[in-house]
Design a protein around this ligand. Structure first.
Ligand code: BGC
Length: 450
């Protein structure tokens, strides 16, 4: 008997992603902490505060991840904890991370560790943060220490999380620290982040032969706002280069292209062992002749399915097309983030199923996707959006720190455990996704059973 099943490759990694400042709580020594104290910076005046209290209770959530069938977890190290003052290392903080990483391993959750996920120690920020080229050697000094202390517990390292998003939010849009609005500054910061990636890549390999080191890149599926307009089509092409391509060309071919620069950077050549793809949405770009800065802002296709607070459009096909494209860079791929803010959890089952179906489709066509990390394991501090956006497979009551597994969390658990998606599962959790998962877009999903 034949039955359609989307089976994933043996050894596929299934997990979730988090980041230090968003979950740990008690991070009072980084630039985000200062930012949160300024009125009007964070939605509803929220502050990260205790967050998910991971500094004290991460293991309880690791247990939940394990019970939910996951076999990996991506988290980040908080530089401001490890090096609270220049050149001063906090042994207790290293010990706590050792405990957490060992805790993941004991639970058979392969750790993936990000070294920079948006937060800087206050003392680094005060010296100009990523605007200052001196931050690059400071970063590599911290990376060296982290790898020496923790490398025996970690194989999968991510250097920088989403360099373009960081430069865009903090230096162009100005809604993240340090709140600047300058295109040249954003480009300068992006350059420094990529250079830091290259340094970190070489360094980690020199220290740890077995390491697998990647860059985590947010990928937007870019289209013109007005497809009939020649100008918008050209502009969307330019924004796609700027947003998606330039960083990838830099870390594979070792060269900067305008507006990033004009030079070859040998240290960046072939500086990823894998590419981490974060995918959330399709983005439309068009020229705004009256307000030029607007042209740099992605717009949403309002005719599509839009998630809470207009965070993004649910457009799974975009992930497939991106995967087909980045296949050209010839590196293994992890989906290091993919998720949706959905407090009611009525969209998330559909979101997960349809995105996984597109990943499956790409894998069938030879794209080397090795794992999938859903964003996120649990609700957490969503940067300038504060606590209103709920990305978790597990719901968190931040007043009591109590947890409740969402339906989507149970569904994801079944997929992780089966390493597959069956029609029966789709029928039970999100029948509205049946056509998108097993229909025209995803043909020949056939596996022998019984
Ligand atoms: C970031 C996460 C963030 C998520 C959802 C990504 O851009 O890496 O830190 O919470 O998107 O917005």
């Amino acid at each position: 008997m034949y039955q359609p099943v989307l089976s994933f490759p043996e050894g596929f990694l299934w997990g979730t992603a988090t980041a230090s400042h968003q979950v740990e709580g008690g991070n009072t020594n980084n630039d985000w902490y200062l930012w949160e104290q300024q009125p009007g910076r964070i939605c509803n005046g929220d502050r990260a505060g205790t967050a998910c209290d991971w500094w004290n209770r991460a293991e309880e959530d690791f247990d939940r991840a394990r019970e939910l069938g996951q076999n990996t977890h991506r988290l980040s190290l908080e530089w401001s904890r490890l090096e609270p003052r220049p050149g001063e290392w906090d042994a207790a903080a290293f010990a706590r991370y050792r405990q957490m990483l060992a805790g993941l391993r004991q639970r058979h959750l392969e750790p993936m560790v990000t070294l920079f996920h948006f937060t800087l120690p206050i003392w680094v920020a005060q010296r100009g943060g990523w605007m200052n080229p001196e931050t690059i050697p400071l970063f590599t000094r911290y990376v060296e220490r982290a790898v020496r202390e923790l490398g025996d517990l970690v194989t999968l390292w991510c250097t920088i999380n989403e360099p373009v998003v960081y430069a865009y939010q903090g230096y162009l849009r100005g809604i993240w620290p340090p709140g600047r609005q300058s295109f040249p500054d954003a480009i300068r910061v992006l350059r420094h982040l990529l250079l830091a990636h290259g340094e970190a890549y070489r360094l980690i390999h020199a220290l740890q032969g077995s390491a697998q080191v990647g860059l985590v890149k947010n990928m937007l599926y870019v289209e013109p706002l007005r497809p009939a307009s020649w100008l918008d089509r050209k502009w969307a092409g330019f924004m796609n280069r700027l947003y998606n391509e330039l960083s990838l060309i830099a870390v594979t071919e070792g060269r900067f292209l305008p507006p990033l620069g004009m030079e070859r950077v040998p240290k960046l050549m072939d500086s990823i062992d894998f590419l981490g793809v974060n995918y959330y949405t399709r983005a439309l770009f068009g020229v705004d002749k009256r307000q030029w800065m607007n042209s740099l802002n992605p717009r949403l296709n309002t005719a599509g399915v839009i998630s809470d607070y207009e965070y993004g459009e649910v457009f799974p096909e975009g992930l497939y097309r991106i995967l087909k494209h980045v296949q050209g860079y010839g590196k293994p791929i992890y989906i290091t983030e993919n998720g949706v803010p959905d407090a009611d959890d009525d969209l998330r089952p559909y979101f997960i199923l349809t995105h996984l179906a597109q990943i499956w489709r790409a894998i069938q066509e030879g794209v080397p996707v090795r794992g999938y990390y859903h964003w996120s394991l649990l609700d957490n501090f969503e940067w300038s959006e504060g606590y209103r956006m709920r990305f978790g497979l597990i719901e968190v009551d931040f007043a009591t720190q109590s947890r409740r597994v969402r339906r989507s969390g149970r569904m994801f658990a079944e997929i992780c455990q089966a390493n597959a998606i069956t029609p029966e599962l789709v029928e039970r959790y999100a029948p509205e996704a049946m056509e998108a998962v097993f229909g025209a877009g995803v043909p020949s999903a056939v596996k022998e059973v019984g």
